[in-house]
Design a protein around this ligand. Structure first.
Ligand SMILES: NC(=O)c1ccc[n+]([C@@H]2O[C@H](COP(=O)([O-])OP(=O)(O)OC[C@H]3O[C@@H](n4cnc5c(N)ncnc54)[C@H](O)[C@@H]3O)[C@@H](O)[C@H]2O)c1
Ligand SMILES: O=C/C=C/C=C(\O)C(=O)O
Length: 485
């Protein structure tokens, strides 16, 4: 039975100007009818958020706000299986992945930012003046205000709560525009935030698309105070243009074309396992996924063969099947994009080491957006599939001879999100990681996270950082008070 997902404005369900269908990426079946918010609904959502700020929520203490975040985390855990079911319905990802990554991190995100805000002090200085007198300077953090939160479909709940948790912890009110591909968990979170006792209007949800739809209506709205966005780099450009007339602050977590650098002295089996995870996790639909693998020439064949073995061992199947390791791509539209890159790679001279086409998974999955995990050799940095983000289970393997070659090749990109360095020489690990022109570099691991550390990218990969105090810097506007003593 298909669900019906409404917009959520000021704590109430609101119908949209029309509905659109959300299909299951596993088999193409209907998951939900989703109400698309028109300009009137977006306007009402922004007004509801503003009213919340003008009401008790705007006067809530740090203790009250952090207590609410902890109640939200508890409630997410109480409704854990509801979130897993909703996330899996929207994305088709394996159930174990939705449990271990997406839903678990949602609760952790709320607790992590409750801790951060509760422990945060004030910027203050006792100023000594040339005339021997003193002054006191202290900065009072105030909420940014009404924050537009626009998120993608790959880790829907994780990335949504990664923004909503610090936003609420800092006293803001939010209007969320989830991806049209993954409307379910953002809507369920509205129930949970209300159940946890948040005043109406603190958390609002408007469904729809980008241009000429809820996304654009929200970013061009005159009464929002900032935009936090995660998604494609070109969408980031569009949102920058949308907020330019109002000069509102933006926080952007955008695309990537992440490199792994594998040295001959790496621990081969551990490296192969880590590399395979970094290429194929979530069917390669993670912004941090490795799509370029640079390998020291003497071990190139060993790495290529080992990685191909792991790619071929992946089990594509239904989310609830115990041996499923890999789900489908998010949609037929996205599969068409990934398939075009599979074809392009061959046209650019690639040798297909593994995968390369649409798998035969039987009639009941034929309607899904499945693709084979794919590896290429025989390409160089001039190939479009080595320069452009595919955002699927793909990687190109390219040999290098010297450490300087490896750094040059890895940094030869317009993106700058993440990198991974695999070597047992830790001095070299530190040295090469520091030379990566990225926001995050891992050594002998990948996607190991401390939520207090800065998360974000350079170049086409984004503006600003999220995580711990870095998130607080975006979600607050300080007023510095100076008192002559
Ligand atoms: N850096 C990160 O942390 C990070 C994390 C996850 C995904 N991503 C990136 O996101 C992309 C995949 O996600 P996607 O396909 O959902 O991205 P997308 O940019 O197509 O869409 C992201 C969100 O923006 C909305 N949107 C689209 N156009 C808009 C517009 N003009 N105005 C306002 N809103 C608009 C969409 O409806 C969706 O909710 C990949 O490029 C991936 O690298 C980055
Ligand atoms: O697809 C991109 C993943 C982003 C992950 C995070 O933002 C995180 O782990 O905090």
């Amino acid at each position: 039975m298909a669900a019906e997902l409404h917009n959520v404005v000021g704590g109430t369900r609101v119908a949209g100007r029309r509905t659109f269908e959300k299909l299951d990426p596993v088999d193409g079946s209907l998951v939900a009818h989703v109400h698309e918010a028109g300009p009137d609904v977006v306007d009402a959502a922004v007004a509801a958020a503003r009213a919340a700020l003008d009401g008790p929520w705007g006067r809530a203490s740090v203790a009250e706000r952090t207590a609410l975040l902890r109640r939200i985390a508890d409630r997410i855990e109480e409704r854990f299986e509801d979130f897993v079911a909703a996330e899996v319905r929207d994305t088709g990802k394996p159930e174990h992945l939705a449990r271990e990554l997406d839903v678990a991190r949602a609760a952790t995100n709320f607790r992590s930012f409750a801790d951060t805000v509760a422990a945060a002090g004030l910027d203050s200085f006792l100023t000594e003046l040339p005339n021997g007198r003193k002054a006191l300077n202290y900065a009072v953090p105030k909420p940014l205000g009404v924050v537009a939160v626009i998120v993608p479909w790959n880790l829907p709940l994780l990335l949504l709560t990664w923004k909503v948790a610090p936003a609420l912890a800092c006293g803001n009110a939010v209007v969320v525009k989830p991806s049209e591909e993954t409307p379910s968990t953002a809507t369920l979170l509205a129930e949970v935030i209300a159940e946890a006792g948040a005043p109406a209007g603190v958390y609002n949800v408007v469904h729809g698309f980008g241009p000429d739809s809820a996304g654009e209506y929200l970013t061009t709205h005159r009464d929002i105070d900032g935009v936090t966005f995660t998604g494609e780099s070109r969408t980031g450009s569009a949102i920058m243009r949308a907020v330019a007339p109002s000069v509102r602050p933006v926080s952007f977590e955008l695309g990537g074309k992440n490199a792994a650098v594998v040295f001959a002295d790496c621990d081969l089996e551990k490296t192969l396992d880590g590399l395979a995870r970094s290429v194929f996790l979530n069917t390669g639909q993670v912004c941090l996924c490795t799509e370029r693998v640079y390998v020291e020439r003497s071990v190139f064949d060993a790495v290529a063969n080992g990685l191909a073995e792991r790619a071929k061992a992946l089990r594509l199947g239904r989310p609830d099947a115990p041996d499923t390791t890999t789900g489908p791509l998010i949609s037929q539209q996205h599969r068409k994009k990934v398939q075009s890159y599979l074809d392009l790679a061959v046209a650019e001279g690639a040798t297909v080491l593994a995968g390369g086409s649409v798998p035969e998974l039987g009639p009941d999955l034929a309607g899904g957006s499945w693709i084979e995990p794919t590896l290429w050799t025989g390409l160089d940095n001039s190939a479009r599939v080595v320069r452009e983000e595919v955002f699927g289970p793909v990687a190109a393997l390219i040999p290098f001879d010297t450490e300087d070659d490896a750094v040059r090749l890895a940094n030869d990109t317009d993106y700058g999100l993440a990198a991974a360095v695999w070597t047992t020489d830790l001095e070299r690990g530190h040295r090469v990681a520091q030379q990566m022109r990225v926001g995050m570099a891992w050594v002998n691991t990948w996607y190991l996270r401390d939520l207090r550390s800065p998360f974000g990218g350079v170049g086409l990969s984004g503006i600003g950082r999220e995580g711990g105090l870095h998130s607080m810097h975006f979600y607050t506007q300080p007023t510095n008070v100076c008192v002559q003593l």
